[in-house]
Design a protein around this ligand. Structure first.
Ligand code: PMP
Length: 394
């Protein structure tokens, strides 16, 4: 029966990882897959996560099912971390999901259930999995201008002009912080203008926030999400704990649906539980439990926040080092955007043949659209990358 299947496109990043592994050069640099790596190339288990796991092993006396929406304590802890007091807790439905990907998937399904002909506006470019899931679900995608190839910042005028074409019943997908794949982000005044357009058009925002704490700090990175949630009548928020807790494989995420008042809560909460039931029943619990333990314990939380700050500052340090090395080599400020970008990624803004030249000639592996994982660098590889960028004529 399965001979009718068509081959699916291979994941480009995973294929790149294989090429990297097969490259015998000692100076090769992996800037491909989006995981945090320390100076030795390791993606460590965070200290607070280890401590929470230890405590859990000692104290957990049952692994019986939780609830269809996961443990409410996880939703409460995440709600507080993400939204603070921006909106009341009793207007917000929430369900644990397998990672941020699961949260996005459930959000898209909920949109489709509510409005079968909804269009989803996505930044050009966006995380490729947004596009692939939307396509799989047959949801119409409308790209909005986002990245300015010239400045490597946000094409703000283009973005606003495109968002103005959205209407009630459409969804505008926004990255809460640390835009993937570009690293270019809106400033506070620009977020205000986006909110203005959302209110004018009546389109519903969906915020994907997968890197809280990786940009300007845990609170600062949540500021835009809070502002949007407080301003609009309804919004969806898909959050991932993969990066900021370093628990990638535990598949830990949360989908929140903020409503204007408490009357929509029961319907929204019931829908989230229903969607979980249809797709995988109870969501994974281990990572969610660790996150809850960390966020609700003063000592664990303080240690986690300290380590997250180390991670964030390491990436910022690498950004400044790379920008200044390139400033020296090129004698120009045209790479200053690297220090302005935030999060794990920066889009270099070059052509696929130059990305290929970086790989073939210099053993530097980045995604074909010139997205670099900044955390793939260290003190030794920064000058190697800078020289290679100049050498291939970027
Ligand atoms: N959204 C964005 C923008 C991402 O970059 C990622 C991670 N690559 C995710 C969501 C989801 O990550 P995960 O499913 O691993 O939690």
């Amino acid at each position: 029966m399965f001979e009718t299947l068509k081959a699916q496109p291979a994941d480009k990043i995973l294929a790149l990882m294989q090429l990297y592994r097969d490259d015998p050069r000692e100076t090769k640099v992996d800037l491909g897959v989006g995981v945090y790596k320390d100076a030795t190339g390791l993606t460590p288990v965070m200290r607070a996560v280890k401590a929470a796991e230890h405590k859990l092993w000692e104290t957990q006396d049952s692994k019986v099912y939780t609830g269809l929406a996961g443990d409410p304590a996880f939703a409460d802890a995440m709600f507080t971390m993400l939204l603070g007091d921006a909106v009341p807790r009793n207007t917000t439905a929430a369900a644990a999901t397998p990672g941020g990907t699961g949260a996005c998937r459930q959000a898209f399904e909920m949109i489709q259930m509510a409005r079968p002909d909804a269009r989803v506006f996505v930044s050009d470019p966006t995380w490729p999995n947004h596009l692939s899931i939307l396509k799989y679900l047959n949801i119409e995608v409308v790209p909005y201008r986002y990245f300015d190839e010239e400045t490597r910042g946000v094409d703000f005028d283009g973005m606003i002009a495109d968002l103005k074409t959205a209407k009630k019943g459409d969804v505008v997908l926004l990255h809460g912080c640390c835009h993937n794949p570009t690293g270019a982000n809106l400033n506070a005044a620009e977020w205000d203008a986006v909110i203005e357009v959302l209110l004018q058009t009546g389109a519903t925002p969906m915020i994907d926030i997968a890197y809280q704490g990786f940009g300007d700090g845990l609170e600062a990175d949540a500021a835009a999400t809070r502002k949007v949630a407080a301003a609009v009548p309804e919004c969806l928020i898909a959050a991932s704990c993969s990066k900021n807790f370093g628990i990638y494989r535990e598949r830990t995420g949360l989908l929140m649906v903020v409503a204007a008042d408490t009357s929509a809560l029961t319907l929204n909460q019931g829908t989230l539980a229903f969607l979980n039931r249809q797709n995988y029943s109870f969501p994974p619990d281990h990572g969610a439990r660790l996150v809850t333990m960390i966020l609700n314990d003063d000592a664990l939380r303080a240690d986690w926040m300290a380590e997250l700050e180390e991670v964030r500052n390491t990436m910022l340090g690498l950004r400044t080092a790379l920008a200044s090395e390139l400033q020296k080599l090129s004698g120009s400020d045209r790479f200053g955007f690297l220090a302005q970008h935030r999060g794990m990624f920066s889009r270099l803004g070059t052509t696929p043949d130059k990305v290929e030249a970086l790989r073939d000639k210099h053993g530097i592996y980045m995604v074909g659209d010139s997205r670099m994982n900044i955390a793939g660098l260290n003190a030794e590889s920064v000058p190697i990358l800078a020289r290679a960028i100049i050498d291939v004529g970027i």
